[in-house]
Write a protein that binds this ligand. Sequence first.
Ligand code: ZN
Length: 238
Amino acid sequence: MTRVTIWNEYRHERENEAVAEIYPEGIHAAIAEGLGEYGFETRTATLDEPEHGLPESVLDETDVLTWWGHRAHDEVSDEVVERVRERVLDGMGLLVLHSGHYSKIFKRLMGTTCALKWREAGERERVWVVEPGHPIAEGLDERFEVSEAEMYGERFDVPAPETLVFASWFEGGEVFRSGCCYTRGSGRIFYFRPGHETYPIYYQEEIRQVLANAVEWAAPTDGPEPAFGNGEPIEALE
Ligand code: ZN
């Protein structure tokens, strides 16, 4: 069974009543509930726990890590970021959610600023499936809507995704690459845009479906260990 660790900064929910009303036990609890419905084994980890809840022992038991952060990206220790990065290169899946675009781990893995345009005005977002045969789009219609969303607009300064699964349109007219697939080393990374803290987006059926599909897609496979360095010839050399 795929084991998922759901990481959350968990500050907005404890310090802002409006957010706490929507996510009384934290965004991580809502995401865990959704993934639990799909049969995944879930655990959660938050910024203010020792080692941000991500000691080696937890990562040892993690197939896919999901990451939600916003206002305290800088408080995530470089040591933990490096630990997570190494795990991703070794094959652990990583789902980077919404404002996680500015997290240290995502910026480090992408190598770009990961900056974007944004506006908080409760706009309608129409998410289009642009790669219908992709496993992350399984079970969805050709489009779905988020009734109230924070706008994220292009340009999104990331490397061109290896596969773009979703593209979003916003009421104000902007567009955004909202579902981006990458591989780094043996690990798979999926960036998924929807999910602002003041909207109940992580309870929405389609969003939960996407997250479950993405966990399935990003889970490590049992491929060969890569061999690096000086190599003996396979065939006899003349
Ligand atoms: Zn946001």
